[in-house]
Design a protein around this ligand. Structure first.
Ligand SMILES: C[S@@+](CC[C@H](N)C(=O)[O-])C[C@H]1O[C@@H](n2cnc3c(N)ncnc32)[C@H](O)[C@@H]1O
Length: 179
C-alpha cells in the first residue's frame, strides 16, 4: 500500500455519502472499488484485463452494489447512464501482473474526456499517476495539462516531492461549464 492510496482511501471515508454514484476507471485488484463499495450507493468498475476483474470480484464478494465491466476504459461512455459523484483513476499496471498492459497518455486522455461530462457539479475526479515506469512521466504531464485546461476544477495535489513517487490530483468540478 503506498502513501497516496492511504490518503485517497481516507478521503473516501471522510467524503463519500451513501447515495453517491461512483466509477473506478482502473479496477485492478479492486482495492479502490472495495473502499467505494463500502461507502457509496453504487460502483461501476472497469478494467481491460479479465485477470484483474477476477481478483477484484473475490476481494469484493460481500458487496452487491458493484457492476464490473471487462473493456477498455476509453469505451466507458457505453456503460454510463447516470451522473457521477466520484470517478477514480489509479494509473499504471496491475501489481504482479503483465507490465506490458498499462495505461498510457493517449488512452488516459481519451478516457478522461469521455467520463468528464458525466461528473456532477461538485462531483470529484481523483487521478493517481506513477512516474517511475516507462511512459509514466509523459502520462503525468498529459493528465496535468488536461486538468489545467479545465478552469472549473478546484484541485488538491498530493505529492511527497520525492523522485518518482506517485502524484495524486483530487479535482472538484465546481461548475458545469463543459467543453
Ligand atoms: C495500478 S492498477 C489499478 C489498481 C486498482 N485501482 C486497485 O485498487 O487495485 C491499473 C489497472 O489499469 C488497467 N488498465 C490499463 N489500461 C487500461 C485501459 N485502457 N482500460 C481499462 N483498464 C486499463 C490495468 O489492467 C490495471 O489493472
Amino acid at each position: 500500500m503506498n502513501r497516496n492510496v492511504d490518503i485517497v482511501h481516507n478521503w473516501m471515508k471522510e467524503n463519500i455519502k451513501d447515495d453517491w454514484i461512483t466509477v473506478d476507471m482502473t479496477c485492478g485488484k479492486g482495492r479502490d472499488t472495495l473502499e467505494m463499495a463500502k461507502l457509496a450507493q453504487h460502483v461501476t468498475s472497469i478494467d481491460i484485463q479479465e485477470k484483474a476483474l477476477d481478483q477484484a470480484k473475490v476481494l469484493t464478494q460481500e458487496y452487491s452494489n458493484i457492476t464490473y465491466i471487462h473493456d477498455d476504459h476509453t469505451n466507458i461512455n457505453h456503460y454510463i447512464n447516470d451522473f457521477i459523484n466520484l470517478v477514480v483513476f489509479n494509473l499504471g499496471y496491475l501489481p504482479d501482473g503483465d507490465k506490458k498492459i498499462m495505461t498510457n497518455s493517449d488512452s488516459t486522455l481519451m478516457a478522461l474526456s469521455k467520463i468528464y461530462p458525466w461528473i456532477r457539479k461538485n462531483g470529484y475526479l481523483i487521478i493517481t499517476c506513477y512516474l517511475g515506469h516507462k511512459g509514466g512521466k509523459k502520462e503525468h504531464d498529459t493528465v496535468k495539462m488536461w486538468i489545467d485546461h479545465y478552469k472549473n476544477f478546484e484541485v488538491t495535489v498530493i505529492d511527497s516531492g520525492k523522485r518518482n513517487s506517485p502524484i495524486t490530483y483530487i479535482c472538484k468540478k465546481i461548475s458545469l461549464d463543459s467543453r
